[in-house]
Design a protein. Structure first.
Length: 275
């Protein structure tokens, strides 16, 4: 049984972005994504995916150390500007790991209840230590863990899909035409690190135990006894990934006309302009 956080056969022709909401789960007054997001959505950008926006933004901060923002595609530049406004709106948001309600709710080990005050306090104080083989709830679609069906929604969350697209945008240029087991484990590790409190990614770090986490995922995904579930997982990822990289942006009639008129005016003022 599988639960998809994102449906592969999406009717929309737009590629997945953190500035798209996707399927919504039922709102909860105790959900930190709801309490933090209402005002920001009404005043800054309405149709966005909060966890994906945060994770992609953190990952991009590392990339910006080597490349200026102007080198990124226009969509990513726009997304990063929204991310910066998110940081300005909520001071302390980058106090990551369990010290912030949002990142804590995503990093909380599957099977534990982040809304339980004692559990939250133990995680925040460090009294409850989380090892690399204790997988966070963000690995699951809709952040929903079923103890009776451990594969249900595993490694199918919208957050992972968004991060995958963010990192492997131009993977086809390197001959990558399908999703691999190792690439899924890599993305999950990067997202977990981005939500953690470490500032530098090291395979030997003890704070986030990234190496143990990565290898524990590979141990499962490379286990012959789990081959049927892994094949279903890869088929799901490939249906979605191949759809997302091949989709094209559909321009509305009005938007297309406005841009055509703007280009025509530019060509009148500058005849040498090439469209």
């Amino acid at each position: 049984m599988t639960t998809d956080d994102t449906t592969p056969n999406i009717p929309s022709k737009r590629c997945l972005s953190a500035l798209q909401m996707g399927h919504r789960k039922k709102a909860s007054t105790s959900d930190p994504l709801i309490s933090h997001g209402h005002h920001f959505g009404r005043t800054v950008f309405a149709l966005y995916n909060y966890p994906s926006l945060l994770t992609n933004g953190i990952l991009r901060l590392e990339q910006l150390e080597d490349n200026p923002l102007d080198d990124f595609p226009a969509e990513e530049q726009r997304e990063h500007h929204v991310f910066k406004q998110l940081l300005d709106s909520y001071p302390g948001l980058l106090e990551t790991r369990f010290n912030h309600d949002l990142t804590g709710s995503l990093l909380c080990p599957a099977g534990l209840d982040w809304n339980d005050l004692q559990t939250k306090a133990d995680l925040q104080s460090g009294e409850m230590l989380v090892c690399g083989d204790q997988w966070p709830i963000f690995l699951y679609a809709h952040q929903t863990y079923d103890p009776n069906d451990l594969w249900c929604g595993l490694l199918r969350s919208r957050l992972l899909v968004s991060a995958y697209k963010h990192i492997f945008t131009n993977a086809h240029l390197h001959g990558m035409n399908s999703v691999t087991i190792a690439s899924i484990a890599y993305i999950a590790t990067q997202v977990r690190f981005a939500l953690s409190s470490s500032s530098v990614f090291l395979r030997t770090d003890t704070a986030t135990d990234s190496e143990t986490f990565y290898h524990s995922l590979l141990d499962l995904l490379e286990d012959p006894d789990e081959s049927r579930e892994v094949d279903e997982l890869l088929a799901w990822w490939n249906r979605y990934y191949l759809h997302s990289v091949s989709c094209c942006r559909a321009h509305t009639f009005v938007l297309s006309k406005i841009r055509q008129k703007c280009l025509a005016l530019k060509q009148i003022s500058n005849p040498n302009l090439v469209s």
